[in-house]
Design a protein around this ligand. Structure first.
Ligand code: FE2
Length: 360
């Protein structure tokens, strides 16, 4: 995949690119990240800690990530901005204080595996609650889209509008309460640990998978957590750009390909981060000895605030004009590749029962 150029044909840069240059912290431009625990971090003055931006190719410039580290016993600088963010705690424990100017502050605690979203344009400040170990946070944001839309950095970081429809100081906002919007959709603003959060069986994507879709912080971004059993793989599918897939548990690999082109294979384990490019088919294989679980952080994917979901893909077969490849329509190399990988590891396929499952 050709790397996106920094300047366009007239020599202009995006406002997001100008912002990155002002941040004076590097941005990793890569296809995927092998281990988010090990990405090198750099001093980051605005944030008051160390960090790095991640601009993965599959985002197509729609969204981004940053990793921020809080030194033992320390805190980051307060921030407020007009872009949304979903914050995943990679390691460590601590707390975040959220407030608006002149209003009461509220603080909630988190730990490794927690997921939360500071409400749009509120002040928020992160603290390390451990005097011995650093905290590592990974945040997925829609800063690129918001900065490029208004092309004014001062506005994005200096707007005073209070989005009280999203958050109005509710005392239980970060309590971790969940509200079911449907069988698979939960609304919540805080998850203590995405690695153990309860998931619901979902047959559409095959392989005895379980998943929960998450609406958080009244955002237009959303997330889901998905798990699939030992000896199985999911059906191939495609959708829009920018879904950041963080492997939480297990070992395996994914294949990805643009329609009509050759497949590319990526190995993963807990801590790996993949972003399937826009409309590329992708398919996940569990090649390890435990269920594989991942967290997907997705831009413009809310169903509570519809209207921005474009090309997000369906669970209908490509034969019906959808975006999923049923097991029986797969390239025979797919099944072979999986069985060979399992054999290498002394494992056997448990796909016998699931090859017959069809989209509902
Ligand atoms: Fe996907």
């Amino acid at each position: 995949m050709a790397e996106r150029p920094i300047t366009n044909e007239l020599g202009f840069k995006t406002t997001y690119q100008l912002f990155l240059e002002k941040e004076r912290v590097p941005a990793v431009r890569a296809f995927h990240i092998e281990d988010i625990n090990k990405v090198e971090l750099f001093p980051w003055e605005r944030m008051g800690g160390r960090g790095v931006y991640l601009n993965l190719e599959g985002t197509e410039g729609v969204n981004d990530c940053y990793i921020a580290e809080i030194a033992p016993g320390k805190l980051l600088a307060p921030q407020k901005h007009m872009f949304e963010e979903l914050v995943f705690v990679v390691s460590g424990r601590g707390a975040t204080t959220v407030w608006r100017d002149g209003q009461k502050k509220q603080t909630f605690e988190w730990q490794e595996g927690s997921l939360f979203s500071p409400p749009l344009n509120t002040w928020h400040q992160h603290f390390n609650g451990d005097g011995k170990n650093p905290v590592r946070l990974l945040a997925m944001t829609n800063a690129p889209t918001v900065l490029n839309l208004f092309h004014n950095i001062d506005f994005v970081f200096g707007c005073d509008y209070a989005f009280t429809d999203r958050y109005n100081g509710e005392a239980d906002f970060f309590s971790g309460n969940t509200k079911a919007l449907s069988q698979h959709y939960q609304e919540t603003n805080f998850i203590r640990d995405v690695r153990t959060f309860e998931l619901i069986e979902r047959k559409e994507r095959g392989a005895g998978g379980r998943m929960t879709l998450l609406e958080m912080g009244n955002n237009v971004m959303s997330a889901h957590i998905s798990q699939f059993p030992v000896g199985t793989y999911k059906k191939a599918h495609r959708h829009g750009a920018g879904a950041h897939v963080i492997i939480l548990k297990g070992e395996g690999f994914s294949i990805m390909w643009p329609e009509g082109k050759d497949i590319q294979r990526y190995e993963w384990r807990a801590g790996s981060l993949l972003v399937p490019p826009e409309r590329w088919f992708h398919q996940h294989f569990n090649a390890g000895g435990e269920p594989a679980r991942y967290l997907a952080l997705k831009p413009f994917s809310s169903r509570k605030f519809p209207g921005l979901r474009k090309q997000w893909g369906t669970s209908e077969s490509v034969k019906q004009g959808g975006d999923q490849i049923e097991y029986e329509d797969e390239d025979p190399r797919v099944r072979r590749m999986f069985e060979e990988e399992l054999a290498k590891r002394g494992l056997t396929s448990r796909m016998g029962d699931v090859y017959g499952t069809r989209a509902a």
